[in-house]
Design a protein around this ligand. Structure first.
Ligand SMILES: Cc1ncc(COP(=O)(O)O)c(C=O)c1O
Length: 405
């Protein structure tokens, strides 16, 4: 590889097969159903990381141009998962930094209302609390429970809050414990009809289920769950109609127009160049090259299979497990409405078992799942085979024969 510029190495050489974990040869668990937490890196991810490291090890700064081009390719891939354009994206470390970027750069006026939902993962609450304090906003708390109503979400409380005056509504695409899918299209329409904007934490949706970001003002997502990359790289998508209004309160040397020409020419060192009116002004400083290499590889595998096929597959996996668990006295927290289900299956074990005790028993039997907010959560992805489900059900039956002390 040439030490200067040149093309980035070609993306993914590995082949992903639905229900096959041959790209995860070191995975120690018998069943890894924990993709809503952290995905293990595939061989494709590991090879991409090695390639980036190898190039930098050999060429130092000479590798930069190649991996800069690779990040543009990554944005094309990520944008295609959501019906957006690559220039709508900023690559940022995680969901928190993406939401915080919106919270800090939104064109707030003192007294504006911002709505969050009780029951959400704290990632989608803390940045709005900080913004409320910094910009003197009214923080309105709505309830996720209203979205979970059997038969369909009750958007009445949201409509009432919007009538009371809101500038922005923050919601997750998928609830982290129950897997409930929010009615984003309806919520976006309602917000827009009242002159408000919607900001979505999409980390529990993108990569495993079809996700359409076209009507959404802001979409924040980390890359280490359903996108199957590494911790430390995610993105923010900003609707093209919203970029110009953002205040660049968070910006760095790479946020300006033509930010690097002073590195190559004299008399170009300036501090007054305009900040780019493009989402990537938020990237601001040196990028996470290894994370971007990893994410392109993992998303490349997802794209090979296709998100609709992955979603059909994980739905079948969860359907079978849910049936096996409810037959053994578990309570499923999954909505009965098939149109509002995601990749997550949340359940509670029968008394006297506790969720934590049950997860520990399953872990001893080689089954990885987690226990967020008092829920036993299963989260399979494309490498999970359907014939793993009887393995989990047998492990559950064994745990049930071994009552807690
Ligand atoms: C709904 C939701 N949002 C965000 C996160 C994580 O946020 P971050 O990417 O900032 O670590 C999680 C889980 O870790 C989550 O379940």
């Amino acid at each position: 590889m040439s030490p200067l510029n040149g093309d980035p190495p070609p993306p993914v050489a590995h082949r992903a097969r639905l229900g096959a974990r041959d790209l995860f040869p070191d995975l120690a668990w018998r069943v890894y159903a924990n993709h809503a937490a952290i995905s293990p890196p595939s061989l494709a991810v590991r090879a991409a990381v090695d390639a980036a490291m190898g190039d930098y090890a050999a060429h130092g700064v000479g590798a930069f141009g190649r991996w800069n081009a690779q990040r543009r390719r990554l944005k094309v891939l990520l944008a295609s998962l959501m019906g957006r354009a690559p220039e709508d994206l900023a690559l940022l470390p995680n969901t928190t930094s993406a939401l915080s970027a919106v919270a800090m750069c939104f064109p707030w006026r003192a007294g504006d209302g911002v709505a969050v939902f009780e029951g959400e993962f704290p990632t989608n609450v803390t940045p709005w609390q900080r913004a409320a304090e910094a910009f003197d906003l009214r923080l309105v708390t709505l309830r996720v429970a209203d979205l979970a109503r059997p038969g369909g979400a009750d958007l009445g409380p949201l409509a009432a809050a919007l009538r009371g005056g809101l500038r922005l509504v923050a919601i997750s695409a998928v609830q982290f414990q129950t897997g409930l899918v929010a009615p984003l299209r309806e919520m976006a329409d309602l917000c827009h009809a009242h002159g408000a904007e919607i900001c979505v934490d999409a980390i529990q949706a993108v990569g495993v289920m079809p996700f359409d970001a076209r009507d959404l003002d802001y979409v924040a997502c980390g890359g280490h769950k359903w996108l199957m990359g590494l911790e430390g790289l995610g993105f923010l998508a900003v609707h093209p109609d919203r970029v110009a209004a953002l205040r660049p309160r968070l910006a760095g040397w790479l946020s300006h127009e033509s930010p690097i020409d002073f590195l190559f020419e004299s008399d170009k060192l300036r501090y007054d160049k305009p900040i780019r009116a493009r989402a990537d002004f938020l990237e601001g400083g040196a990028p996470n090259t290894v994370g971007a290499a990893a994410l392109e590889a993992s998303v490349g595998l997802i794209a090979q299979i296709g998100v609709p096929a992955i979603f059909t597959h994980v739905t079948a996996w969860n359907d079978q497990l849910e049936a096996g668990l409810t037959a053994r006295g578990f309570t499923s927290l999954r909505t009965p409405d098939a149109g509002r289900r995601s990749g997550i299956l949340g359940v509670r074990p029968p008394a006297p078992w506790t969720v934590a005790g049950f997860a520990a028993s399953l872990s001893r039997r080689g089954v990885a799942c987690t226990t967020p907010d008092g829920v036993l959560r299963f989260a399979p992805h494309w490498p999970n085979a359907l014939d793993e489900v009887p393995v989990v059900v047998d492990a559950v039956a064994e745990c049930l024969r071994d009552p807690p002390a």
